[in-house]
Design a protein. Structure first.
Length: 293
């Protein structure tokens, strides 16, 4: 969903507030400077490109426990484009939390935010809540309580993601090798169409797709963005279930050469038929804005 100018401005002023309150890197750090720069550019300039990814940052909170002198909780945060109209994405972690304690803590934090902050900035309130409440979860004995191990795994939904990435061009051999090697390493399938424009599709576990994107966009590009993204929640995150969602067997390079006539320009008609075969013809319109016949 596209952010409005106003949402972008609210996000920036909240990030500015956080950085003035927590000037030290170990308390507050934006992990994605490019996304922040894009957001600022977009907020200041009506016609600017819509940011291609969410601003992500870490807030670290120290808190005291009767049993342990000092515990650090780390809040990994991302602001969806529509924030504050929608809630921020926050995952609280600590080395002292068991998996089920961590799941319960995060779900309680989310409930607190849902009940108290619909449509308004809430990062500081979230941080306060963690500061005041998180330590109590370290001592929570969940084994005997109503929360069984199966509930704990239930609330961790597996998400299958497909990213459609658009680049002004992809010629560089090293980049093409990276795309294939990284997809393999992260168990992603899809395809890469080098040339001009460049098209990359990767599909697999959401976390793997996001890792792939964060690596790819750190390389130097004239222009690269996620054109379209599909997310499917899987009932059981088993291997078979993931395989069933895939539209491509592995990640390979596809050259739809326009018979060498225009050098590196790809034949978009061939790309359209390839996508149609895979049941992804609708994505073609998202890339090129026209029917691909």
């Amino acid at each position: 969903e596209m952010a409005s100018q106003e949402e972008a401005e609210i996000q920036i002023s909240e990030l500015d507030l956080l950085s003035s309150m927590f000037p030290y890197e170990e308390e507050f750090a934006v992990t994605d400077q490019l996304a922040l720069a894009e957001l600022k550019h977009y907020a200041e300039n009506e016609s600017a490109e819509v940011p291609s990814s969410k601003v992500q940052f870490i807030l670290n909170v120290k808190t005291e426990l009767p049993s342990v002198p000092m515990v650090e909780f780390s809040m990994a945060c991302a602001l969806p484009f529509k924030y504050p109209t929608v809630l921020p994405e926050i995952t609280v972690r600590s080395s002292l939390l068991s998996r089920s304690q961590q799941i319960l803590l995060n779900s309680d934090l989310k409930t607190y935010l849902m009940q108290n902050f619909s449509g308004e900035p809430c990062m500081l309130s979230a941080r306060e809540w963690v500061k005041d409440h998180a330590a109590a979860y370290v001592d929570k004995d969940l084994s005997s309580s109503s929360m069984t191990a199966s509930d704990a795994t239930q609330s961790e939904v597996t998400i299958f993601t497909r990213l459609w990435i658009y680049s002004h061009h992809i010629y560089n051999k090293q980049k093409r090798k990276n795309i294939i090697d990284w997809a393999k390493e992260l168990s992603l399938s899809g395809f890469c169409m080098p040339g001009k424009p460049g098209v990359v599709c990767v599909e697999g576990l959401q976390s793997s797709c996001e890792e792939f994107w964060s690596r790819i966009r750190r390389l130097t590009w004239k222009r690269i963005l996620i054109r379209h993204r599909e997310d499917v929640s899987l009932e059981s995150g088993g291997h078979a279930e993931i395989q069933k969602q895939r539209k491509f067997p592995s990640l390979e390079e596809k050259c739809f050469d326009a018979h060498g006539a225009r050098g590196n320009h790809m034949d978009l008609g061939q790309l359209y038929h390839f996508l149609e075969e895979k049941g992804c013809a609708d994505v073609f319109q998202m890339y090129f804005g026209v029917e691909g016949h």
